[in-house]
Design a protein around this ligand. Structure first.
Ligand code: BJW
Ligand code: ZN
Length: 273
């Protein structure tokens, strides 16, 4: 038939070789082999909570200490982790295509910074970063790599605790704005459920998607909007979409030109190598 077999790596290599403008959309699955838990599925719990319970403005208003414990833990996990073979293969492909005058851009839903640590330069962080804070009072966004982020969080945030939770950390002892004139409460610079994405970030992502001639979708369940609409939008233009995932994502399966089932630490280097 005219339509190549979904798992035909040779056919993919032909399409990849001819592409001039590649956009890669990544999700939590690209970092799974670095030991960072994904959101949906068994590893998605912290204590008795799911990310959807804690990654909201309401949760932060109700219990900023609990939400900071959750983010402190995840910052420490990310700082102790390293980019894996999938991140490295993407960074390598960007260098190679760029040298050839071709475009290669990553749009990531991840907040772990591992694409940049692997050496990727063209990265759009749709959902913000674990390593940035935003002041609730003056609005300043800052990079923050402190470990722990504040003394009161040292040793806190363990995902499994025996017995009752320790008392909440008083607000004054949570991460605070470093401007002496401000001292406002800081929050993670992350897009929580129900919050809009930054306009400039979304514009950038949309213009990249509008120009690509090949789209790779790696390690995302494709259920969280607006990112969940990206693959359908490019496929609508007739652009081939290739998915790399250990499981089939029902929301995008019917529009795929290629589907490589398996851990992306193996499939992505093979596809881009
Ligand atoms: C492997 C692998 C391996 C494993 N190799 N693969 C339209 C319709 C319906 C609802 C909405 C809508 N528009 C907006 C909404 C509401 C909401 C939403 O989408 N809800 C859905 C759940 C229905 N969206 C929003 O609130 C967004 N805001 C917005 O649109 O504002 C305007 C608006 C608001 C309200 C109404 C209407 C408009 C903001 C979304 C922000 C998402 N934030 C989070 C949390 C960040 C905080 C944090 O990190 O703490 O971002 S949610 C969470 O999900 C995180 C992720 O970036 C995001 C996506 O998850 P991802 O990456 O796909 O991970 P998983 O775990 O789901 O999947 C992992 C995949 O990897 C799986 O497929 C595995 O199989 C695979 N895998 N190992 C390859 N080794
Ligand atoms: Zn401030």
């Amino acid at each position: 038939s005219a339509r190549a077999c979904l798992s035909d790596m040779k056919a993919f290599h032909e399409v990849f070789k001819k592409s001039k403008n590649v956009v890669v959309l990544t999700g939590a699955g690209v970092s799974a082999e670095s030991g960072i838990p994904t959101f949906r599925g068994a590893g998605g719990f912290w204590r008795t909570y799911q990310a959807t319970d804690l990654a909201t403005p309401t949760a932060f208003k109700r219990d900023p200490s609990l939400v900071w414990e959750f983010y402190h833990y995840r910052r420490e996990v990310v700082m102790a982790s390293s980019p894996n073979k999938a991140h490295n293969a993407l960074a390598e492909a960007e260098r190679r295509l760029t040298a050839e005058g071709r475009q290669f851009n990553i749009i990531t839903q991840n907040v772990d910074g591992l694409h940049a640590r692997a050496g990727s330069l063209n990265v759009v962080e749709l959902h913000g970063s674990l390593m940035k804070t935003r002041c609730l009072k003056c609005g300043e966004v800052r990079v923050n790599n402190d470990s722990p982020i504040c003394e009161a969080l040292r040793g806190r945030g363990l995902p499994k605790i025996e017995g009752p939770s320790p008392p909440a950390i008083p607000s004054e002892e949570l991460p605070r704005c470093q401007k002496a004139s401000c001292k406002g409460l800081l929050r993670p610079h992350i897009v929580w459920f129900g919050e809009g994405l930054e306009r400039s970030v979304l514009d950038k992502a949309e213009s990249l998607l509008a120009e690509c001639d090949l789209c790779l979708v790696i390690g995302t369940s494709s259920v969280v909007y607006p990112a969940a609409a990206f693959a359908p939008t490019v496929a609508e233009r007739g652009v081939p979409v290739a998915e790399f995932n250990v499981e089939d994502s029902p929301t995008i399966h019917d529009l795929l030109a290629f589907y490589f089932k398996g851990p992306c630490g193996s499939t992505v280097p093979e596809a881009l190598g």
